[in-house]
Design a binder for this molecule. Structure first.
Ligand SMILES: CC(C)(COP(=O)(O)OP(=O)(O)OC[C@H]1O[C@@H](n2cnc3c(N)ncnc32)[C@H](O)[C@@H]1OP(=O)(O)O)[C@@H](O)C(=O)NCCC(=O)NCCS
Length: 147
C-alpha cells in the first residue's frame, strides 16, 4: 500500500529536494547551496515527505538557540491539498520541540495564501511586515511566529 512517510532528510535526498525547489519557487536555492547547507551547517535540519519512494515535499529549518527558523517548505504541485505540507510541519514541530526549540518563525510572501493558511493552521501568527523585501518583484514579506 502506498503511504506518506515523513522522515529526516539526508544527502541522498538532494536530487529530489533540488527538483522541488526548481518547480516550487521563483528564486530557488541551487543544488550546491542545498548541499552545503545540509552537509556543513550544523544548525540545519531537513525533513522530507516521501510517497511511493519519491520525495514529494520537504522542509528546511535552522535551529538557533532555542528558536527554529524555517527556510523553505515545498510540496510537489501534483501532491498539494492532500495534507503533505501539514504532515511536514506537524512532524517538524514535534521533533524540533523535543530538541529544544521553544519558538518557530518564518517569512512568507504577502500574496502566498496557501502558505499563510498552512502556517496559521499550526498556530503561527503574523508578527511584522518587511516592506518590499523580495528582490524579484518588490513584494512585502510577512514575518510569522509560533510560541
Ligand atoms: C504552501 C504549500 C507547502 C502547502 O502544501 P500543501 O501540502 O498543499 O498543504 P496542506 O494540504 O497541508 O494544506 C494545509 C492548509 O493550508 C491551507 N492551504 C493549502 N493550500 C491552499 C490554497 N491553495 N489556498 C488556500 N489555502 C490553502 C489550508 O488552510 C489547508 O488546510 P485544510 O487542508 O485543512 O483546508 C504548497 O502550496 C507549496 O509547496 N507551495 C509552493 C511553495 C511555497 O510557497 N512554500 C512556502 C514558502 S513560505
Amino acid at each position: 500500500m502506498k503511504e506518506l512517510v515523513i522522515r529526516k532528510g539526508r544527502v541522498e535526498d538532494l536530487d529530489g529536494i533540488a527538483a522541488l525547489e526548481q518547480v516550487c519557487f521563483a528564486s530557488p536555492w541551487s543544488r550546491e547551496s542545498l548541499c552545503r547547507d545540509m552537509t556543513e551547517n550544523q544548525m540545519a535540519e531537513y525533513f522530507v515527505a516521501e510517497f511511493d519512494n519519491e520525495v514529494v515535499g520537504y522542509l528546511g529549518i535552522w535551529l538557533v538557540s532555542e528558536e527554529g527558523y524555517i527556510n523553505n517548505v515545498a510540496v510537489s504541485p501534483f501532491h498539494r491539498r492532500q495534507h503533505v505540507g501539514s504532515a511536514l510541519i506537524e512532524t517538524m514541530l514535534e521533533v524540533t520541540q523535543e530538541e529544544g526549540a521553544g519558538a518557530h518563525t518564518l517569512e512568507v510572501r504577502a500574496s502566498n495564501e496557501a502558505a499563510k493558511g498552512l502556517y496559521k493552521k499550526f498556530g503561527f501568527n503574523e508578527a511584522a511586515l518587511r516592506k518590499g523585501y523580495y528582490e524579484d518583484n518588490g513584494e512585502d514579506a510577512i514575518i510569522m511566529w509560533r510560541y
